[in-house]
Write a new protein. Structure first.
Length: 354
């Protein structure tokens, strides 16, 4: 029998039509004889129907075997990736909670706006470039090898910009003094960030030392450029470029002072940590082993479901043919199953009623 055909026509119909139940006497009544259980033809077609169910189930397993094996091979990798995703999800929640809590508690203390970061880096690059260009031109004019002069000029420009970093420390110290409060006066939320409200005096001596070192660097650079220009272009040029070098360092100082904000830096770090955690979680969630295993499992389930439905359809087809045989032989099987007589409730026979 061709299992791919589920319609009641064709060779299976012809086979069913060819089945004849021999009989001795015709059924005298329309109902099916109650002294017969199942006809042999019914048992035969019931068995055939069962073979269709089992056969289609086996076909489904065979068809889905490849994707089932693929899913099994990806199981360990998918489980490991899922565990990492679960851990990353916890990290995302922790980072998001930290960022939200910090912004809610410390946000009103931040003094720097978002565009300040762009201005800050533009100013530093411009200052470093200007200082580098002045030194580079003088060194080349003096006869220095251009590549060597470039390296020395860049290093000097970076040193001048670095000397101005003390401005940021001074600004942080000033803001810390403004925020300083007694620990007992902090709210429960602020207790989590007590380092921003205490210790303002601890860095004063260190700040003085850093300021002295920065001033020394500015003086050395200014004198060095003054001497370099003096030897090349004369006194006026030496004084001018020396003052420009000092102005560059002071400009770096003021730029760092304007940009410095310890609270804003902390909020930016927590927000950045949250974004990185989200990106890591998304990267793990896109692991191909998880996707491929899910696709393989879905494909296997779909194939098995399809074959199960086909097997059930074939079962019903053969069941219908079994009933067709009975219908075409009413002389033996009758015209249908006798209906049960309903029991009359509330009435009973009384033999002594007379």
């Amino acid at each position: 029998m061709n299992r791919n055909r589920v319609n009641p026509l064709g060779e299976v119909t012809d086979e069913a039509d060819a089945v004849i139940l021999p009989y001795i006497d015709r059924a005298g009544a329309i109902p099916r004889p109650d002294n017969i259980g199942d006809f042999h033809s019914e048992r035969e077609y019931h068995a055939k129907a069962q073979t269709q169910t089992e056969t289609y189930t086996a076909d489904g397993e065979a068809t889905a075997r490849k994707v089932t094996v693929t899913a099994a091979g990806l199981e360990s990798a998918a489980i490991a990736a899922t565990e990492l995703i679960t851990g990353a999800a916890s990290s995302v929640e922790a980072a998001r909670e930290q960022s939200t809590h910090a912004a809610r508690t410390l946000g009103h203390l931040a003094r720097r706006d978002l565009p300040a970061k762009v201005r800050y880096w533009i100013c530093l690059m411009a200052l470093c470039l200007g200082d580098t260009a002045g030194i580079l031109g003088a060194a080349i004019t003096l006869g220095e090898i251009p590549l060597v002069a470039l390296g020395q000029a860049v290093a000097t420009g970076v040193a001048a910009i670095t000397a101005g970093q003390a401005g940021g420390d001074l600004k942080d110290l000033r803001l810390a003094r403004i925020r300083r409060r007694n620990i007992e006066g902090l709210t429960d939320a602020e207790q989590r960030y007590r380092q921003f409200f205490t210790g303002a005096e601890a860095g004063v001596s260190t700040m003085k030392l850093v300021g002295a070192l920065s001033g020394t660097i500015v003086a050395i650079i200014s004198v060095g450029i003054f001497c370099l220009r003096l030897s090349v272009e004369g006194l006026t040029s030496g004084i001018a470029f020396g003052m420009l070098a000092a102005a560059t360092a002071l400009g770096s100082f003021l730029t760092n002072y304007s940009y410095a904000d310890e609270i804003a830096d902390y909020l930016a770090r927590t927000e950045g940590a949250c974004k990185k955690a989200i990106q890591a979680h998304r990267k793990l969630a896109a692991d191909p082993s998880i996707r491929r295993r899910a696709e393989a499992l879905t494909a296997a389930a779909s194939i098995k479901t399809e074959h199960a439905h086909r097997g059930r359809a074939a079962w019903w087809q053969l069941h219908a043919l079994s009933q067709r045989i009975l219908r075409r032989n009413p002389g033996v099987a009758g015209h249908g199953v006798a209906a049960e007589q309903p029991e009359i409730i509330g009435r009973r026979f009384r033999g002594d009623a007379a």
